[in-house]
Design a binder for this molecule. Structure first.
Ligand code: MG
Length: 159
């Protein structure tokens, strides 16, 4: 069996006047993530991890932030594209583990919904997806509430 692992990381600035979309789920918040697309750090980190595991480069190569096609794009499109590319190489998602780094908002209540949505996009059962949230103990730009970061690890399995 062909087993491959990939890592992804992303960070976006929190600003006024933007929607907050995390893991494909829109959350109630007075601030949102800045970005060329919808700024969804969770879906970006998972997309990068899938591309990494499949040996297919990174999200910026596939979806340049200079391309008007991706302006305010729903990041689900990035993730679905990465899953399709992996599938073309006969690689399917084994499991995904995610660390969301955020001082605000508290993700607790939304974690289940994010898990369900990410699993749906990946085409796997929810028990293949794990969403963890942690603060940065008020340290650095994430800890000061200026940004949200995300780390993701993905395992892809082939025949
Ligand atoms: Mg990003």
């Amino acid at each position: 069996m062909d087993i491959r692992i990939g890592i992804g990381f992303d960070i976006h600035r929190l600003v006024d006047g933007r929607r907050l979309v995390l893991g494909g789920v829109e959350l109630e918040s007075s601030v949102g993530l800045e970005g060329h697309s919808d700024g969804d750090v969770i879906l970006h980190a998972i997309t990068d991890a899938i591309l990494g595991a499949a040996g297919l480069g990174d999200i910026g190569e596939h979806f340049p932030d200079t391309d008007p096609e991706w302006k305010d794009a729903d990041s689900a499109a990035f993730l679905l594209h990465a899953v399709k590319l992996a599938d073309q190489w006969n690689l399917e998602v084994g499991n995904v583990d995610v660390n969301v780094l955020a001082e605000r908002p508290k993700l607790g209540p939304a974690k289940k919904e994010i898990r369900r949505r990410v699993a749906e996009l990946l085409g796997v059962d929810a028990d293949r997806v794990n969403i963890k949230a942690r603060t940065m103990e008020q340290l650095g730009p994430i800890g000061e509430g200026q940004a949200i970061g995300c780390q993701a690890v993905v395992l892809l399995a082939g025949p």
